[in-house]
Design a binder for this molecule. Structure first.
Ligand code: GLU
Length: 318
């Protein structure tokens, strides 16, 4: 009797395994819930999951620590895909900067998304009018694992400074920093992020605050020396308290994966986005001006994943 029970249980298990064999779960690393990466991942998954009945691919896009955390998760095989700043894609693939000695050979580019200006917001009562004014003040440099934290280190290095030049260098996550600014726990916050976004809106509407320019010789040199950086402007009038354009520099948000992810999976993900491109662009205002031609070229320094390349060739884009 017991023997029979065991047999039928094993039989049921075998059937369940057969039925789910065609299913494939993929995970996309994003960023904090108040950022744009989270919307990128959620939007891609929404389009991918419309095709689950035919492709078998089920996509989830949890909140993460950001660019560096996503690349590390892809390298470890813990995530299949992720969003990462173009500077960290470059360094991860080339084993430089933060990734020195930790080269991610299997990192592959899929496409780039929106531009991400390096954005600094200061309380008006801090008196800060430019990035240089932040030294000696309380600044949220961001959580380890985030792109902005790592890029902040690059900026400070380029200026011959470090975290120690701030009165306080806090490590709050993006979702926590607007409230910290409003509560006067910090004088300024930084975020490498697409615009417009809810997080900067929250920061500039809870307290009188201004977006600060990030310019000068050190920044000019960073932009001149590195193809993944470009000058960037945050349009005036986008956020309360900042009516004029703000000059800074920025990167691109890029979508990356691993050479270990099968071609047909990356192909289906790319197809879901570009076969429904108008719908995708409607999912966040930062996506409104995206152009296919830029997305398959700009900000990509790792080799293109063959599954993505296949789709771009089919569309006649390459
Ligand atoms: N650029 C940020 C990072 O790499 C994330 C921005 C966002 O979540 O939109 O961590």
């Amino acid at each position: 009797m017991n023997y029979l029970k065991t047999l039928s249980f094993a039989g049921a298990m075998a059937m369940a395994t057969a039925a789910t064999a065609e299913e494939r779960f993929i995970t996309i690393g994003t960023g904090g819930q108040t950022g744009v990466y989270f919307v990128v991942g959620q939007s891609i998954c929404r389009l991918v999951n419309r095709d689950t009945p035919t492709t078998g691919i089920k996509c989830t896009a949890p909140s993460t620590g950001g660019s560096i955390a996503n690349i590390n998760a892809i390298a470890a095989g813990d995530m299949d895909m992720g969003v990462a700043q173009s500077d960290w894609q470059y360094h991860a693939y080339n084993g430089s900067s933060e990734f020195e000695g930790k080269k991610v050979d299997k990192l592959r580019a899929v496409f780039s998304v929106h531009g991400e200006p390096f954005t600094v917001v200061a309380r008006k009562d801090s008196g800060a009018a430019s990035f240089d004014d932040l030294f000696g003040k309380r600044v949220n440099v961001g959580n380890p694992g985030s792109g902005q934290r790592a890029t902040m280190e690059v900026v400070l290095n380029a200026m011959g400074k470090s975290d120690a030049d701030f009165a306080l260098a806090s490590e709050l996550k993006p979702a926590e920093q607007a409230a910290a600014l409003g509560d006067n726990k910090v004088d300024a916050i930084i975020y490498t992020v697409g615009h417009p976004n809810g997080s900067i809106q929250e920061a500039t509407s809870t307290v009188e605050a201004v977006l600060l320019p990030v310019t000068g010789e050190a920044i000019d040199k960073l932009v001149a020396d590195n193809a993944y950086y470009a000058k960037a402007t945050i349009p005036g009038g986008m956020y309360a308290g900042t009516d004029n354009d703000v000059e800074t520099f920025g990167v691109k948000a890029t979508f990356v994966t691993s050479a270990d992810v099968p071609d047909e999976v990356v192909y289906e993900v790319v197809k879901a986005v570009f076969d429904n491109f108008d719908r995708f662009k409607g999912l966040h205002p930062a996506f409104a001006n995206l152009q296919e031609a830029d997305m398959i070229a700009d900000g990509l320094s790792a080799p293109l994943h063959p599954g993505a390349e296949k789709y771009y060739k089919e569309r006649g884009w390459m």
